[in-house]
Design a protein. Structure first.
Length: 375
């Protein structure tokens, strides 16, 4: 008979590295898993340096059985979410565990207890750590690797959460499209022409020489455009800068687009090369000392991208400008040598964005689920 599961908080840097490295145990035989870069995860989960964790108390836990680590989870408070949505929602994230329902139950019950003690009445997740980062549990589409900054997990994760009584809060779709599927037909051209006649929007690549100014435009549009959307959390300037400074080193300016109408920035689209195709080749997620050569050698060979987000200021959302951005990114992407892309993620009930993705020829190839439960 196995020993009881013991849950311990992560208190030391050594324990945090155990937390970070645990997924290698879960995915050692999964051909589609993409290991994270260890130095990136170590930086991201630094509660003293990441602006999100500086502002939002979070507790990280490891599960042990017979002296061995068998799972991990984080209990997360997001003050910006609760302030914006006027609720008392707590979150769980970074959930990984072996195929054992008791382990899942122990981890999630620990997160629930911590959040309940803090005064929260519901828990939602997984959020790693919010909708502005990685979010959702993969429930369909296990037959291919995830795209850059998208999650991946075995099918049994959802099976255990379902059995433990967790409810669906929302599904998120990932659309796949490639050069053979893309459909820039007469209907799309007609729609685009009609939009441009009313709103002659100039869509241009981001100007890296004025990166700081461009960054401020994008943050302003993002926080305005996404405000009505389910699960939206405003990004503070320091959080936005923290993410953007990392992105600055790896973006392809040709697929980061800003739309202007009468001199006003009214929309943006963020596309990124699918760096997971390179990360998958870096042994054990170690960029140094030798992984850096793999990265530098292969980054220029990436022929697929992820369209991460599209934002149109609310004032202009009724006019279908999203179709113009999607058309533009397809044309620019193909011209740049990208042969395929994932548009992710799209809320299941965001009719405008789903229709635009489908109109281009995109097909849902992965579905992610956000779960919730009462505390």
């Amino acid at each position: 008979m196995s020993q009881a599961i013991e849950i311990k908080p992560v208190n030391t840097s050594k324990e945090m590295m155990t937390f970070i490295k645990f997924p290698w145990k879960v995915y050692q035989n999964d051909p589609h898993w993409v290991p994270p870069l260890l130095m990136d995860r170590k930086k991201f989960l630094n509660r003293e340096k990441n602006p999100f964790f500086q502002r939002n108390p979070s507790e990280f836990y490891l599960a042990y059985r017979n002296g061995k680590v068998v799972g991990r989870v984080a209990a997360i408070i997001n003050h910006e979410h609760n302030k914006f949505h006027k609720d008392k929602m707590g979150f769980f994230g970074f959930l990984e565990a072996v195929n054992d329902r008791e382990v899942f139950a122990a981890l999630l019950d620990t997160a629930k207890a911590w959040l309940k003690e803090k005064g929260y009445d519901k828990m939602m997740g997984p959020m790693n750590p919010s909708t502005n980062d990685e979010a959702g549990l993969l429930i369909d589409g296990f037959d291919s690797p995830p795209y850059f900054m998208m999650t991946h997990n075995p099918p049994y994760y959802a099976e255990h959460l379902d059995a433990l009584g967790y409810q669906k809060a929302k599904d998120l779709y990932a659309y796949y499209i490639d050069e053979n599927m893309v459909h820039l037909g007469k209907k799309l051209e007609r729609v685009s022409r009609g939009i441009r006649e009313k709103f002659p929007v100039n869509i241009r690549p981001v100007n890296m020489k004025n990166f700081r100014e461009e960054l401020n435009l994008v943050r302003e549009i993002y926080n305005d455009a996404w405000a009505p959307n389910w699960g939206f959390v405003p990004m503070t300037p320091d959080e936005f800068d923290y993410v953007a400074n990392d992105f600055k080193q790896i973006i392809d300016p040709e697929v980061v687009l800003i739309g202007e109408f009468k001199g006003e920035a009214v929309g943006f689209l963020l596309g990124m090369p699918d760096y997971n195709r390179v990360f998958k080749k870096i042994p054990n997620g170690r960029l140094l000392p030798f992984g850096i050569f793999t990265f530098l050698t292969n980054r220029k060979k990436i022929d697929s991208m992820r369209v991460i987000t599209l934002g149109i200021k609310r004032e202009y959302q009724p006019y279908g400008l999203g179709a113009l951005f999607y058309m533009e990114i397809v044309q620019r992407g193909l011209a740049k040598g990208y042969k395929s892309a994932e548009m992710s993620w799209v809320l299941e009930d965001n009719e405008q964005m789903n229709k635009a993705a489908q109109l281009l020829g995109g097909k849902v190839h992965k579905t992610y689920r956000i779960y919730e439960t009462d505390l």
